[in-house]
Design a protein around this ligand. Structure first.
Ligand code: SAM
Length: 684
């Protein structure tokens, strides 16, 4: 449904104090339609919409436009409540105790608030510090050039090959590997596809499965020559000779389970080429393997993969160390980066380290090749394209110091995430839909950055100050009633295993920035359900303590706790209910918006949960009446929007009802597994 212009709600008649009870705009209204329209655009282009927030990988970020809408509904001055008006939160203190990628903080700082951000994991803390800190882009460009040139000088010779036409030394752009597998009679190599590249107006580039040659002619080419092993494509389950199934080779270290098959390079005279490895390339790889054996960090401890819901996928493949997830050449890249980063002053080292760390998503043996399609040359399937580890057939080893700005290279990442992000931060842009067309609107008067402070007291004056620290939000070092609003996006029960997944980056970041964070923090204190039966109740217990702290620090009558949530499991809703009940919150209202991360669900006919519910709560107080919610008899399970709306309304009722925690579990189970009639809010 088209939404012409942002819904400007006129609150000129807005009654800030209804019957003696303070009312905040979001208690009564939220522009769901306008927010959804922008969120659905943003979800495909999150990094383009808010480039300054995407310095480092973090999982399950919510849409920035949704959070801007939420924060705009907290603005007291009606003239500043419009989405495209700058500011509105000057003089306010906003807390996000579970800040993750920092969406709330960035949006609130832009609007002039002073903000507090806390996360138990060091990575979000480092990222938010780096991205909110005000360093002129020109300074960053200068520092990056210095760093890149030093890195390139050390590494370029490891990424060279000869052009198949003129034999001149050329830059490697990336290398494709095949996965070794065995059946009862032989060893073979598996790839996703024997087509390497589709071309416009000329034959595709292909790999011969018999001789291993790379060719670009229409006819099938085979030189009949020796090939180490036949090359098969994924999907072939059994051997055509002995009919036994192909098995993975689990007893060898992970890097040795792959064989390099194709080099893609760029010759200054003959442009891009795909070629089979020659003798020279094999010699270079042997030299790289020898070099890596002498690298100092291989002796360091701390690379062992811990057990965990997602890490166990690595264990199941007999991968025991994070070092195994990289080729020898990628390890040389990391080793060189550690050495060079130490020479940079702390402010520059911070974002440079985050850049190297995030580049690992595109520079690991878990990266796959998705550059076959003519529209996506050189595209990489990065490590966390899903919220889990996946294992490619065609693995892609990228050249991080490639001088072009192709996918996953350091230069590309720097320009996308640092330089463009920094320029955007000086004059943020929003999108507006006019007659079905999207136009860009510059928000003059806003900047996405501020001044770091090191204590709460320093937030009492000034604008756009940020106090960001690593900590467990079950105990917040903040005074009572010191915060205007808590706006957050908590973990959704078991949806994303942040602590477990982020080990992939953490083992390296701790070497880049040893002094900048507490790398030995207790990962199991996080408010996430890791899936073990023995942990039932852990999520409710941790969140309850966090909400209790929020209830303590937020201002009593005017303060609000606003957060987004979705889940299809009754246990998730039951534990969320218990946590809020223990902390004494009541639900004032709920709205439904498109979610950034739809999840497949397994209830009735609902195939995917595409929405988040925005929950607006306040600490229960003797002075105000509880908002009324009718008892739910049924949750709509045919439609994602209605499901989210009903669950939100049901939560409102649960928070008012006198029920034991056992009854809460059983009633939610009944509602989500059983049937009945729709429920709705009785009154707000
Ligand atoms: C859903 S993420 C937040 C996402 C974020 N709002 C964004 O848009 O990117 C939830 C965060 O809560 C953090 N967290 C979990 N338990 C915590 C605790 N006890 N104290 C502080 N942070 C915690 C996790 O590390 C994670 O980064």
């Amino acid at each position: 449904m088209p939404v012409p212009v942002q819904q400007v709600f006129s609150f000129l008649n807005f009654d800030p104090d209804k019957d003696g009870v303070p009312v905040v705009p979001i208690d009564e209204t939220f522009p769901e339609e306008a927010a959804n329209e922008l969120a659905s655009l943003e979800s495909f282009n999150k990094h383009l919409y808010r480039p300054n927030t995407y310095l480092h990988k973090w999982w399950a970020r919510r849409s920035g436009t949704t959070f801007r809408y939420i924060l705009k509904q907290l603005v007291a001055d009606p003239a500043k409540r419009d989405f495209y008006e700058p500011g509105g939160l000057e003089g306010k203190i906003i807390l996000d105790p579970l800040m993750g990628g920092g969406t709330t903080l960035h949006e609130a700082v832009r609007m002039g608030a002073n903000v507090i951000g806390v996360d138990i994991d060091p990575i979000p803390v480092l990222q938010v510090r780096a991205s909110l800190n005000w360093i002129p882009v020109e300074q960053k460009i200068k520092a990056f050039k210095l760093f890149f040139n030093a890195l390139h000088n050390v590494l370029y010779s490891f990424y060279q090959t000869r052009c198949p036409v003129c034999q001149e030394l050329s830059e490697v752009q990336f290398v494709l590997y095949g996965l070794r597998r065995r059946c009862g009679c032989r060893e073979v190599l598996f790839v996703d596809n024997l087509v390497l590249r589709e071309n416009n107006n000329k034959p595709s580039i292909k790999l011969c499965g018999v001789c291993g040659e790379v060719y670009g002619t229409a006819e099938v080419h085979c030189n009949g020559g020796h090939v180490e092993a036949a090359i098969l494509t994924k999907g072939q389950v059994k051997c055509g000779i002995c009919y036994s199934p192909f098995q993975d080779i689990l007893e060898e270290p992970f890097p040795q389970r792959y064989r390099p098959l194709v080099i893609v390079g760029v010759c200054p005279a003959h442009s891009q080429f795909f070629k089979r490895l020659d003798e020279d390339d094999r010699e270079r790889l042997k030299y790289i393997e020898m070099t890596v054996r002498n690298l100092h960090f291989l002796e360091l401890h701390g690379f062992n993969i811990p057990t965990g819901p997602k890490s166990d996928d690595l264990h199941r493949r007999n991968i025991r160390s994070f070092l195994e997830l990289f080729t020898p050449r990628q390890l040389i890249y990391l080793h060189t980066a550690i050495r060079l980063l130490a020479d940079f002053p702390p402010d520059k080292r911070l974002w440079l380290s985050l850049l190297i760390s995030t580049s690992l998503e595109f520079n690991s043996l878990l990266c796959g090749y998705k550059g076959v399609d003519r529209r996506r040359p050189g595209a990489i399937r990065h490590v966390f394209s899903h919220h889990a580890y996946s294992f490619p057939y065609t693995a892609l080893e990228n050249n991080p110091v490639f001088t072009g700005k192709t996918s996953g290279t350091l230069r590309r990442l720097f320009f996308d995430r640092v330089a463009r992000g920094g320029r955007w931060a000086m004059l943020p842009t929003e999108r507006r839909i006019v007659n079905g067309k999207t136009i860009e609107v510059k928000i003059h008067g806003e900047v996405d950055g501020g001044q770091a402070v090191i204590s709460f007291d320093m937030l009492r004056e000034g604008d756009r100050r940020f106090y960001v620290f690593q900590g467990d939000s079950r105990q917040l070092p903040l005074p009572d009633e010191s915060v205007d609003y808590v706006v957050t996006d908590p973990p959704y029960y078991d949806n994303v295993q942040y602590s477990d997944l982020s080990n992939f980056f953490r083992v390296w970041l701790r070497l880049f920035l040893p002094e900048e964070a507490d790398w030995r923090y207790d990962q199991y204190a996080s408010a996430v359900f890791e899936g073990e039966d023995s942990q039932a109740g852990k999520y409710a217990a941790a969140l309850a303590q966090i909400w209790e702290e929020c209830a303590r620090v937020v201002k009593k009558e005017t303060g609000r706790l606003v957060f987004t949530f979705h889940h299809f499991k009754p246990e998730a809703w039951a534990e969320l209910t218990i946590s809020l009940k223990r902390a004494g919150f009541v639900l004032l209202n709920r709205y439904v918006v498109l979610s950034e991360n739809p999840t497949s669900v397994h209830i009735r006919t609902l195939k995917a949960l595409k929405h988040d519910v925005i929950l607006v709560l306040r600490p229960n107080s003797a002075n105000s009446e509880r908002p009324q919610w009718s008892e739910p008899s049924r949750i709509e399970q045919m439609d994602s929007y209605a499901f989210s709306r009903d669950c939100g309304a049901a939560l409102g009722w649960f928070l008012n009802a006198e029920l034991s925690e056992e009854q809460i579990h059983s009633k939610w189970k009944n509602l989500l597994v059983g049937g009945g009639r729709n429920n709705d809010k009785a009154s707000g």
